[in-house]
Each structure stands twice: as structure tokens, then as C-alpha cells.
Design a binder for this molecule. Sequence first.
Ligand code: TXA
Ligand code: MG
Length: 319
Amino acid sequence: MSIISNSITKAVALLNEEQIIGIPTETVYGLAGNIYSSKAIKSIFTMKQRPLFNPLIVHIKSVNDLHEIARAVPEKALILAKAFWPGPLTLVLKKQIAIPDLVTGGKDTVAVRVPNHPLTLALLNQLAYPLAAPSANPFGCISPTTAAHVAGYFKDLLPLVLDGGACERGIESTIVGFVNGEPVVYRLGSLALEDIEAIVGPVKMITHDEIAPAAPGMFSKHYAPLTTTFLTADEMEKLKTFPQQKIGVLVLQKEIDDPKIVQQEILSSTGNLAEAASQLYAALHRLDNCHLDCIIAERFPDVGLGKTINDRLQRATKK
Ligand code: TXA
Ligand code: MG
């Protein structure tokens, strides 16, 4: 029997029994459990094969619940939350004492967001607790943007994947922390930097390796297909220099003609970067299933969500 279903009633029952399930969000699918159940949270880490020090994002139903999760919320955090929630923005804030260390990896901060998906919002409204949910992929693998991707990763382990269709945004949330009340971006994501800066002014970027100095390089390879992947700076002219015979390509909009190409993924025929972002992971999943010698991805324009796409492609090509 398939574990994919759209029954919120089933989802509520399983979560109340401290089990974990797959849930849809507008960004990517999550592997969700009750933040106050150590049994559920431990299952998330085990199932993902994720190191315990890498904390999870807490999903709440409304900005009104923020103060149950976080304290000393900076003014600019509240402004951003009100502007973009529900939506693909995660805020890293000082945690309330009640938030378990298991969820935050022992940190005194907590990552929190309100996801923008009708099924998951309806689910959260029927629960007496928030949901911790990392992306529903084994550590280091491509994030899932359909219920079938999640079932493909965990079919023998998960009791349910709540089917909310293909994720509208298709890339993880943008993560913003605060230093002396000023916003700092920790992870590029589905919310463009420019949209954040339009509300709160210029923001700095800090890379993941800088916030996790105890694990240098640990997180730079991420979101990776199993197939060897290259990122090329210029157009696919370089293709001719590749010795590989079965090549998959990933481009924004221009079709490339070459007999060695057996699978071609065009992310947006009109060159729309939001559309391209929404298609990126699904395209990488398809390419990875084609038994290719390699995948060659083109570098995207370095503006708006193009920056986020380039960040993920860069991580996909790291050895
Ligand atoms: O779009 C998303 O954010 C998806 C959906 C399911 O909400 N979730 C997601 O979770 O991408 P995950 O676990 O794959 O990524 C969460 C990131 C991790 O890189 C983690 O290190 C960071 O958030 N994070 C969590 N808590 C943090 C904290 N207190 N300080 C700094 N980074 C934190
Ligand atoms: Mg992830």
C-alpha cells in the first residue's frame, strides 16, 4: 500500500502518537514531528542520518505563536516575519527555555518559520504543538519537491507522506539571523535577498561554514545528485571538451544541440528565475535517474533567485 495520502486526520493521529511523517510546504517537503516529543525528534535525526548538532526548523501556524518559541525578538525580525509569513523565510532567534535542546542542537537559538501551504497550515491548526521539520531527504541528498520523492527516499520507514502536490517554490527557505538586531543571511533560499533588503535595508551574508566552525566543510557539499555534476561558467561550448558519452544538461532556457546529450532540462523557457528555482530539484532528481556519465549545469544569472540556484549548483558539484 502506498504511504502517500492527503488525509489530515491520519496525519494528526500519527503525529499525536509521536510518529513522524512527510509534509508538504511551499519550499520543499519536510520530515515532521512534535517538537516536544524526544522520540519523534530522535527518529527524524536517525531517519535522515543527520548529525545531532545540526538543528531543525520549528514550523508554527502563525506569527502570533512566535513568542512561545523565541524571546527577545529584534524589531527587524518582527517586521520581516509580518512581511513574509506565511512564506519561505526562516528566522534564527533566541530560544524560549521550553524549546528542547534536541531540536536546536544544544544552541541557545532556534530557527522558526510559518510555512505557506494550505494542507500543512490546516494540519498545524489541528495540533497542540509546533512541528520540527528538516527537508525530507537523507543527509546530503537532493531535497524532495514531490510526495513521490519523499516516498522514494523513505518508503519502508515512514507511515505517511501527506500529499500536497509539487512544491510551488521548490528550494528551501532563506535563513536570516540577527547580530545586534541587524539581519544576517545564513542560507540563500526561495526568498530573494533583494526582497528582504527592500524591507529592512542592506543585509550581510554569512556562510554556513562560518556559523558551524566546529564542522568545517561539513555542510558545503549538500543537495547533491549521485551523478558527477559540473558547473560551467560560459555556455555549453565546453561540452565538446568532455570525454563522457552520456551527458545530461541543465540550463535556464536555451536548448543545446549535441549528440552526447541524452537528457536535457530547460528550467524556464521564458528565462523566469522563480520558475527555474521551482523546477531545479525535480530536474536534478530526473537527471540522477537517467544513468548518465555526468551532468553539466550552466551558471545562472547572478541576480535574485539566480543567486540561490547558483549556490545550490555549486554545492551539488563539490566533491
Ligand atoms: O524550506 C525549508 O527551510 C525546509 C522546509 C521543510 O521548511 N526545511 C529545511 O530544513 O530546509 P533543513 O533542516 O534541511 O535545513 C535547516 C537549516 C540547517 O542548515 C540548519 O543548520 C539551520 O537551518 N539551522 C537550524 N537551526 C539553526 C540555528 N539555531 N542557528 C543556525 N542555523 C540553524
Ligand atoms: Mg536540508
